[in-house]
Write a protein that binds this ligand. Structure first.
Ligand SMILES: Cc1cc2nc3c(=O)[nH]c(=O)nc-3n(C[C@H](O)[C@H](O)[C@H](O)COP(=O)(O)OP(=O)(O)OC[C@H]3O[C@@H](n4cnc5c(N)ncnc54)[C@H](O)[C@@H]3O)c2cc1C
Length: 377
């Protein structure tokens, strides 16, 4: 399934993650810290614009490569993987897929090098699953739009300099996206949220009070927010599934090594059949989630519609990541419940994967809608 280039990329990602991310993972979870210099290093690897053409400073790679990056980062530090996703896919890939030539030339090179960090703001305090109900409005005044409203749960909200923001620009179905720079007048960062997991990935509220956005910063064309969103959403859901696969992989690796070492009744616990069942289930889930996610990534890379597959891998990989983390805690027993080991962090991080980028309930609704409309193809 993976090409030689993908295998080489995985090797690079694995050694980078072990060297640069692993030592930080526990600290940023405990302190809700964030290390921007890590993103500069990911930029040096050419991965901050992983799907973006080299002409704009990107890596020129496919959706499977982006998924592998999420998986390998997610395996050691899901928080970093989530912030990386918000930057490289939700913001950067969005500008690349939907921006004008002028916008791509201006905004992509500093985002691809790590000079600037990105975010995407769609969710609002009152509108999550019902994102199109959004109340943020943009009204034209001369050569500017004035944005008014609030956005909620925005990954990288406190650290991003370049944000893709969705707002209504007319009737209820007329939505546009805007490139907002953090220094634009009327933009401010609201409360930083303290979370159960993904604590090393800053999440915040954003406030727009007559925020002055130049008319040239309408991403692509006016009123194209909904089709633009549809164009990139499959890629977002497939790549985020890579993080879930990475968490499930970490949970299984830690469980195997602990079960081999830990003795009870003078016997390594890996020899007990009830423990073996948990390990075997984790392996089966992981392999199934990984194959489904890679398959969806390959379909999306080929340019074919992958909506049902994207939701299927999102829902499956996220739910097995939570289940695998629970099994890992069970296998590590009392130690698994304590912060000296990593498995309790995997559980807290995995739970977000069932909520962010559309909840499991929403993914199942999308799959059912696709099946009803196009059947099994
Ligand atoms: C850590 C974190 C990071 C995030 N990052 C970003 C980001 O960078 N940018 C961004 O725009 N957003 C972001 N989000 C928002 C995320 O996408 C939303 O939280 C998610 O879409 C769910 O919306 P909600 O939280 O408002 O829940 P709600 O939509 O209020 O849902 C609550 C419950 O009701 C269920 N539900 C809702 N509608 C239906 C229905 N029709 N049928 C059945 N069940 C339903 C849901 O599945 C859920 O169980 C982030 C969220 C978190 C927690």
């Amino acid at each position: 399934m993976l090409t030689k280039e993908h295998e080489l990329l995985r090797e690079t990602l694995r050694s980078f993650s072990e060297k640069e991310l692993k030592p930080l993972a526990r600290e940023i979870d405990e302190t809700e810290g964030f290390h921007p210099e890590v993103f500069k290093k990911i930029g040096d690897l050419g991965l901050l614009g992983v799907t973006v053409s080299e002409a704009y400073g990107g890596g020129g790679m496919d959706v499977l490569a982006a998924t592998l990056a999420m998986e390998e980062f997610g395996r050691v530090c899901a928080s970093t993987a989530l912030s990386y996703l918000a930057h490289s896919i939700l913001c950067v890939n969005n500008i690349y897929a939907n921006g004008t030539e002028e916008q791509k030339k201006k905004y992509l090179p500093p985002l691809c090098s790590g000079e600037k960090l990105g975010a995407m703001a769609m969710t609002e305090p009152g509108y999550g699953s019902d994102a199109m109900g959004m109340e943020t409005k943009a009204v034209k005044e001369g050569k500017f739009y004035k944005l008014t409203g609030r956005k909620m749960f925005i990954t990288n909200g406190t650290v991003a300099q370049t944000l893709v923001v969705y707002a209504k620009t007319g009737s209820d179905r007329e939505v546009s996206s805007f490139i907002v720079e953090k220094d634009f007048p009327g933009f401010s960062v609201g409360k930083k949220l303290s979370k159960l997991g993904m604590r090393g990935s800053p999440t915040s509220e954003l406030i727009f009070e007559d925020c002055k956005v130049p008319e040239n910063n309408v991403l692509g064309k006016l009123h194209q927010g909904i089709p633009q969103m549809k164009k990139t959403l499959d890629i977002e859901r497939i790549t985020i599934s890579g993080i879930s696969v990475g968490i499930a992989q970490a949970a299984l690796e830690d469980s195997i090594s602990y079960a081999k070492d830990r003795k009870q009744f003078k016997t390594p616990i890996i020899e007990f059949q009830l423990v073996q069942k948990m390990l075997a289930d984790m392996y089966t889930w992981l392999e199934a989630a990984r194959r489904l996610t890679y398959h969806a990534a390959m379909v999306a890379s080929s340019g074919k519609k992958a909506t049902a597959l994207a939701s299927a891998c999102k829902v499956y990989a996220s739910e097995i990541a939570t289940q695998a983390s629970l099994h890992a805690i069970q296998i590590l027993g009392g130690y698994g419940y304590c912060k000296d080991y990593n498995v309790e962090r995997y559980l807290r991080d995995a739970k977000l994967m069932e909520i962010g980028a559309g909840t499991s309930e929403v993914q199942r609704m999308i799959i059912a809608k696709e099946l009803a409309q196009t059947g099994l193809k």
